[in-house]
Design a protein around this ligand. Structure first.
Ligand SMILES: [Zn+2]
Length: 126
């Protein structure tokens, strides 16, 4: 199965890129605050960011990755523990896993994607 992981690849394509995650960690997408909700280039950054499940930091670039040996249950469990560690309700994990896997399923493994609020798009190779 494919999932989304943090990557530094293509960082810098946008002036306001950032990457504080650990390369290759699973990411999820959190809620967007008032500063960014109408503008993915808002002052906060959460409207264009993916959140690292382990580092609890953020990146503007995610890579579609083949998760060898991972099952859907593993993915939900990874989300559940990451959410719990970050102080989010872990019962969001099931729905979130479905959303994340649906996004990852749009592109082949290796594709770097970015986020503009609720829109996701592939970045060109650099
Ligand atoms: Zn924000």
């Amino acid at each position: 199965m494919r999932g989304l992981v943090a990557t530094a690849r293509t960082q810098g394509q946008r002036d306001n890129d950032f990457d504080f995650c650990v390369e290759g960690e699973l990411v999820w997408i959190g809620l967007v605050c008032a500063r960014d909700e109408a503008d993915p280039d808002g002052g906060c950054g959460c409207g264009r960011a993916f959140s690292g499940l382990n580092s609890h930091r953020a990146t503007t670039t995610a890579r579609v990755a083949e998760l060898a040996g991972f099952t859907g249950d593993d993915y939900v469990e990874a989300l559940r523990s990451g959410l719990a560690q970050a102080g989010w309700p872990p019962n969001l994990a099931g729905e979130l896993a479905g959303d994340m896997l649906a996004i990852a399923a749009h592109w082949p493994a290796g594709t770097v994607i970015e986020r503009r609020l609720d829109q996701f798009q592939a970045r060109g190779a650099t």
